[in-house]
Design a protein around this ligand. Structure first.
Ligand code: ZN
Length: 159
């Protein structure tokens, strides 16, 4: 495993549409392992492939609920309710902002073995799923921020 360089806001790759994964390959499995390592190294709770420069629909999430989620070609099927809270992003270092997201989402995706599954996430997990899926479609949370982006010195809340 190896950590990868995180692309930051202003990098063109963050604003592009990612391609679905057609088949899992050893190279993509390596990417997934590297994404987890990069995420843990930087204290994030989620990371999308375009953030490390790969335009594929792959997301990893670990919100410390005991699971390491791998979402390949994720598709949000249903959303419910809403929550408003602080959000950050490893691609927007040192910043945080208030974003409203669904409180509950149901997502369909494939895992690292291309087995299809559905996942229901609530609260923080729902927020992470929405944030990371947005990355796959070239969207950054900064466009959803209510009010001003704030400067934050600690990185703990970044996704
Ligand atoms: Zn992000």
């Amino acid at each position: 495993m190896a950590t990868r360089q995180i692309r930051t806001m202003g990098d063109d790759i963050l604003y592009r549409e990612c391609k679905p994964v057609k088949e899992m390959t050893p190279r993509l499995k390596q990417l997934i392992a590297d994404m987890f390592e990069t995420m843990y190294e930087t204290g994030g709770v989620g990371l999308a492939a375009p953030q490390v420069g790969i335009l594929k629909q792959i997301v990893v999430i670990d919100v410390e609920d005991g699971n390491q989620y791998v979402l390949v070609n994720p598709e949000i099927l249903e959303t419910e309710g809403s929550q408003t809270g602080q959000e950050g992003c490893l691609s927007v270092p040192g910043k945080s902002g208030l974003v409203t997201r669904p409180n509950k989402v149901k997502v369909r995706a494939f895992d690292e073995n291309m087995e299809e599954f559905e996942l229901v996430g609530e609260e923080f997990l729902a927020r992470a799923i929405c944030h990371e899926c947005d990355h796959l479609h070239g969207r950054l949370y900064v466009d959803l921020v209510e009010g001003e982006l704030e400067d934050v010195s600690d990185m703990e809340d970044e996704e």
